[in-house]
Design a protein. Structure first.
Length: 256
């Protein structure tokens, strides 16, 4: 079965620090290829706590959309786990260059343990196992950040990682399933994140088969994400669900 598992759904520093929501990122299994996106604090614990357990040694790649702590904290640990403590050199790490070069979050000590390290770039196209993915546009987020368009044999998934809204953003992310990092209830210009009105605009324009909102900051947690999802569903006519920690989505139900 191809599936998405939300190991964590927290976004923003206060939800992270207080662990009001977990911060384990997203585990994606498509066509027998396993990807871990944005391993924040506690990812390994979340893998072991999953039922059924997720074995990090099954991973084919780890992707960092950017180097902020809630997206990258466990990257070294997860390389260690993916490669069986470094004994089985395998897998790939994809990350923006500023996560690797300037003030890097990936320790040099771990870099030899993976088969390859690939720097993400705007308009980049990449392959791993049975899937391919693209990073269509650089986001506005303070550090180098990309969203993802992931394609399997029967599925297309867009992941809009952290960004401030910019004109035309929605045009870059046309996957059947849209995962949207919705940090704020209501936007403030200096906070480089999407808010609910941005989400409505994007979902209305793209009409995915399913939109999953996740990566909630404090104002979203307080606003009850499931109620926001229901409101967005009503306004856009699209099935919108709020991710919860441990939630799994069966991708076979959303084939192209
Ligand atoms: Zn961020």
């Amino acid at each position: 079965m191809s599936r998405i598992k939300f190991l964590g759904t927290s976004g923003g520093r206060f939800v992270l620090i207080n662990q009001l929501r977990k911060t384990g990122g997203i585990w994606l299994s498509i066509d027998n290829t396993n990807l871990l996106i944005d391993p924040g604090p506690g990812t390994l614990t979340r893998c072991h706590a999953s039922r059924p357990k997720l074995n990090p040694r099954d991973l084919d790649a780890i992707i960092l959309t950017h180097k902020h702590l809630d997206h990258s904290n466990d990257v070294n640990l997860m390389i260690e786990a993916m490669t069986n403590g470094g004994w089985d050199k395998k897998g790939a790490l994809f990350a923006p260059s500023d996560a690797l070069d300037k003030d890097p979050v990936v320790l040099h000590h771990f870099r030899d343990k993976v088969d390859k390290i690939v720097k993400l770039e705007e308009k980049g196209e990449y392959n791993i196992g049975n899937i391919s993915f693209k990073t269509p546009v650089k986001h506005i987020h303070g550090v180098e950040t990309y969203g993802l368009n992931i394609s399997g044999k029967n599925n297309t998934i867009s992941v809009i990682s952290d960004t401030k809204y910019f004109k035309g953003l929605e045009n870059f992310y046309k996957g059947d399933i849209l995962i949207l990092n919705l940090v704020m209830r209501e936007g403030k210009d200096h906070i480089l994140h999407l808010d609910v009105s941005d989400a409505e605009k994007i979902i209305s324009a793209n009409k995915p088969k399913l939109c999953i909102i996740t990566h909630f900051g404090m104002t979203m947690v307080k606003a009850k994400p499931w109620e926001i999802a229901e409101m967005l569903s009503k306004k856009t006519g699209v099935k919108v669900v709020a991710a919860s920690d441990g939630m799994q989505v069966n991708l076979d139900e959303y084939q192209k």
